[in-house]
Structures are given as structure tokens and as C-alpha cells.
Design a protein around this ligand. Structure first.
Ligand code: SIN
Length: 307
């Protein structure tokens, strides 16, 4: 283990607003049986978790990288309060898609009401780790289902520890000690052309998403495991390499990361809350037919500077 394995404390100002403070809850952690993930069965996140229960959930999150909590009838504030127990929440640059009254929640939705999109309809269209384009990328995200389509709308996750562990030796040697650029804006223009979800950014918004550089291979600050930390969504080039070599290596890394054996596909059920580790996984929105409605709320927890 590197650095601290201690539990993160809630922020001092973040007094949770739960329905009740609970004694220990009787829940179990059941591995999903595939590439990653576990279901937390029998827990009610509308009640504040006591320290022992919170520690179990935290441990399970580190062990399985992704937790599924089925049937959580929680309010946006309870979603925020539970998320905050793991760290500071990040406010997405696209303030147009914040849940009104709750800027900590990004609305992910393809729904258009009165000619206006209610959320970010193309969120996750490319494989990515949330907010890797900031100096302090995300620790993890919690996505809560509000309205689900009868067909499609799945989310796919790829295990970047496994991707690193199984890299061919030559590729591993090629990226040893390298750093890569992450850019929010690299695909923005393309996304603007492809759909109706990307408003023009103000100068202030552009200022908030200046490109950053992170190690190509990062060490998980809590488990000490190494993981690939590049994605087609945000990683644009490897520093110090000729452009064509950088493009070729990134292409190979992207393809290797999402091999079928590294992937879990989440098929959403009503009121699911899925909590994944952005330091260990990348993810992709599998797509929803245009005529079907889909809406989810996302909180994103800030993490550490990758090393
Ligand atoms: C995201 O990338 O956070 C959204 C994923 C999804 O909508 O499935």
C-alpha cells in the first residue's frame, strides 16, 4: 500500500441530511462474478451509514472498483451527502446541466423539454475516466438512475489495472516513465457537430479546462496497484514522442484497455446507484435509441494528483 489507507472524512461544512442515523445495517457484498464489481445487498443509503458500515463499503469499493446499490430511493441531497463522505465534490464545467439547486449534480440525459436539453445527452460517448483533464482528476463517480429506456442505455466499464497487468512487454517498455496530455476540449468541437448537447463555452469555462499532463501509468493512492491512465476521450498525446509514434502507442493502449475480458456491462434497473473508481476504471455510455428517454444524476468526487 502506498500513502494513506485511512478513510476520508466528510467535509466539515457538509452536514448530512439523512432520514435517520442508522445503527449498523445488515448488508452483504456479493461479487458480480465478471471482470469487476460487487453488489451491495440490503443497504439503505437514505440512512446515514455508521463508521463500521462506511468502512465496509469503502473497503469493498477498493477491492471491486465498482459497487452497485439496487433500488435506492434517495433524494439528490442524500446522493450528495453519501458521495461527500469519500471526498470533496467536483462541480462540472457545463453549469448548463447542473441539477437546479444542486450544482454538485450533473444531469446526464438525452431528454429535451420545451426545446431545451435537460442534461448532457452525449456524456460518456467515448471511453474515459471522469474529469481526467484536471490537475486533480476524480476519485470516483456515483450515477443514480432517474428514468431508464426500455432498450439500451447500458454503461460499460474497463479495468485499467488488468489492462496494465496484461500489457505486452514491448508496449509496457514504450510507456515506462512517460506522461500524457489530457484535454477536455480536444473532442469538444467534434461533439458539437455530432449532437445538440454542447453549448459554446464562455472564456471562463475554457479557462477552467486548460489541458494537463498526467503519468501514463498511475499508482492507485489507496491500494498501491498500478493502472493505465489514458483514454480515447481525453488523452491526446504522449509527451516527448514524435506525433506519429505517440498516436500509434495511444491507439494500441486504447485497444488493449477495452479488450472484452476487461469489461463489465451494467444493465440499469430502476433506482440503481452505481459507484465506480475513476482511478481504476474507464467507462463508456453504450448508447440509447433517440426516441427513448434516459436520465441519471451524477456526482463526482475529487481525487489526488496522479503519480
Ligand atoms: C458518464 O460518462 O458519466 C455517463 C455514463 C452513462 O451515461 O452511462
Amino acid at each position: 500500500m502506498s500513502q494513506s489507507n485511512a478513510l476520508r472524512q466528510p467535509e466539515a461544512h457538509a452536514a448530512p441530511r439523512y432520514a435517520s442515523v442508522s445503527p449498523s445495517q445488515d448488508f452483504s457484498i456479493r461479487p458480480l462474478g465478471g471482470a469487476m464489481g460487487a453488489e451491495v445487498v440490503g443497504i439503505d443509503l437514505s440512512r446515514e451509514l455508521d463508521p463500521a458500515d462506511f468502512a465496509r463499503v469503502h473497503r469493498a469499493h477498493l477491492d471491486h472498483h465498482l459497487l452497485v446499490f439496487r433500488g435506492q430511493r434517495i433524494t439528490p441531497q442524500q446522493h450528495i451527502d453519501f458521495s461527500r463522505r469519500f471526498g470533496r465534490l467536483m462541480i462540472h464545467v457545463l453549469h448548463q446541466f447542473h441539477l437546479p439547486g444542486h450544482p454538485e449534480i450533473l444531469v446526464v440525459s438525452n431528454i429535451v423539454e420545451n426545446g431545451r436539453p435537460v442534461g448532457l445527452g452525449d456524456a460518456g460517448k467515448y471511453w474515459h475516466s471522469d474529469i481526467s483533464y484536471k490537475e486533480l482528476p476524480s476519485l470516483g463517480s456515483l450515477l443514480h438512475a432517474q428514468e431508464l429506456p426500455a432498450q439500451g442505455g447500458d454503461t460499460l466499464f474497463a479495468d485499467m489495472h488488468r489492462a496494465y497487468d496484461t500489457l505486452p512487454a514491448a508496449l509496457r517498455a514504450a510507456i515506462g516513465g512517460r506522461r500524457a496530455v489530457h484535454s477536455y476540449l480536444a473532442k469538444y468541437g467534434q461533439l458539437q457537430k455530432e449532437g445538440a448537447w454542447r453549448p459554446d463555452l464562455s472564456a471562463r469555462q475554457v479557462e477552467q479546462v486548460r489541458e494537463v499532463v498526467h503519468p501514463v501509468v498511475r499508482t492507485h493512492p489507496e491500494s498501491g496497484r498500478r493502472a493505465l491512465f489514458v483514454s480515447e476521450g481525453f488523452t491526446t498525446r504522449i509527451e516527448g514522442l514524435p506525433e506519429d509514434e505517440s498516436r500509434q502507442i495511444l491507439g494500441e493502449l486504447f485497444a488493449h484497455s477495452v479488450r472484452p475480458e476487461h469489461i463489465y456491462r451494467h444493465v440499469w434497473q430502476a433506482h440503481d446507484l452505481v459507484f465506480w473508481d475513476n482511478r481504476s476504471l474507464i467507462h463508456l455510455a453504450g448508447g440509447t435509441p433517440d426516441h427513448l428517454r434516459r436520465k441519471l444524476y451524477r456526482t463526482t468526487i475529487e481525487g489526488d494528483a496522479p503519480f
